[in-house]
Design a protein around this ligand. Structure first.
Ligand code: CP3
Length: 346
């Protein structure tokens, strides 16, 4: 099978498919026993940098859940390390021991060559392809400039990302310099992933929704647009996910139309009807079961899955997904029940 004919890629291109494809955002990870075992013995970043192990963790959801795509195991912070930040993953989330403090810190950041500095990510993509042998497409990803700036400026996990929020008003030129550098880095990084074999790429702006409405245009949407444009002609579908952007769907839809972005990921805060009205069939839509729904009793979970499939049934490019990543204590059986219901839906 060519990847162009796969269920997921067809849906992302809004071509008719016999059923709704399914994959889950952040499908690998802490709720899976194979992942837990490997993580018990391996540091998180070492795991990202060991292609064989990272590939094994990437394909675990395919084996356990029978989803229609594999998302490579890595993290959005990997390119920040290549730019010059010291990234660590502690128990409470990612940290930088040298967060950016002033313009000079931003000026010295590299725009790294993706193959020289993060070639292990491309090796993971190739190693995953070797394992899946054309059965499903492989999805690459990166973080958007606003979300990556939040981490680079804050240094530790945060609810508010006050350091980045403050720079918007205090010294926007410095923030733009940082975001330009990140945007150039991310474009080259995603292009390298496509060259290594990624069959679709997803851009995560996980913290876009915390911006004020004007700042959203200038710091989230503008840079997402730049990256989507920078990937123009790369030959694979581009998926844009901006979390918390329910108040900005009109602007996102306009950008998607102008740039020709193939797919938009919806978070669980967005009512399907609203997304359908605003996006129409301009792009594929991916979403958006609340990850918490996977804790419901199984019959209730099946009902919610059907309800969501009903809501999107007239859309030519719906991809079933969660509104955000799977929560660590989620019972694996419940995720399997969810997939089973999607498979049996007609
Ligand atoms: O399916 C997959 O899990 C693919 C790999 C993947 C990871 N991170 C692995 C990971 C992907 C696609 C990401 C993206 C990512 N990373 C995002 C964007 C998506 C989103 O969730 O909004 C963000 C914001 C990050 C940054 C990050 N990495 C955080 C905030 C954390 C800690 C909290 C958490 O969600 O676990 C991480 C660590 C991380 N990245 C883990 C995994 C499997 C858990 C590490 C562990 O404890 O073993």
């Amino acid at each position: 099978m060519s990847h162009e004919d796969s269920l997921l890629i067809r849906a992302l291109r809004r071509q008719p498919t016999e059923r709704t494809p399914v994959w889950f955002m952040r499908q690998a990870g802490r709720y899976l026993p194979g992942y837990q075992k490997i993580r018990g013995e391996t540091d998180f970043l070492d795991l990202c940098k060991t292609p064989d192990l990272a590939a094994e963790v990437s394909v675990e959801p395919l084996e356990v859940l029978d989803v229609d795509a594999v998302i490579i195991f890595s993290d959005i912070l990997v390119p920040l390390e290549a730019m010059g930040l010291k990234v660590e993953f502690g128990d409470s989330g990612p940290c930088m021991s040298n967060p950016l403090r002033d313009r000079a810190d931003i000026e010295v950041l590299n725009i790294p060559d993706p193959v020289e500095s993060t070639g292990f990510v491309m090796d993971v993509i190739r190693a995953v392809h070797e394992r899946v042998q054309g059965k499903v497409p492989v999805i690459g990803f990166a973080g958007a400039p606003w979300t990556l700036s939040c981490y680079a400026l804050e240094g530790s996990p945060s609810r508010t990302f006050a350091a980045a929020q403050r720079l918007i008003y205090e010294s926007p030129g410095d923030l733009h310099l940082l975001m330009e550098k990140i945007a150039d880095t991310v474009i080259a990084y995603l292009r390298a992933q496509v060259e290594a074999g990624a069959n679709a790429v997803q851009l995560f702006d996980s913290w876009g929704g915390m911006l004020g409405h004007e700042a959203f245009d200038e710091f989230s949407l503008h840079y997402c647009r730049r990256i989507m444009e920078g990937l123009d002609g790369c030959g694979v579908p581009r998926i844009l996910f901006i979390r918390g952007a329910g108040n900005h769907l009109d602007k996102i839809a306009k950008m998607v139309e102008e740039v020709g972005v193939e797919a938009v990921g919806l978070d669980e805060m967005t009512p399907p009807e609203q997304a359908l009205t605003i996006f129409g069939d301009r792009c594929a839509l991916q979403g958006n079961l609340p990850p918490q729904a996977l804790f419901a009793p199984q019959e209730e979970l099946r009902r919610r899955v059907r309800e969501l499939l009903d809501a999107f049934k007239d859309h030519p490019g719906h991809v079933f997904n969660l509104g955000h990543g799977i929560l660590p204590p989620t019972p694996v059986e419940n995720v399997q029940v969810g997939v089973d219901e999607i498979r049996n839906y007609s």
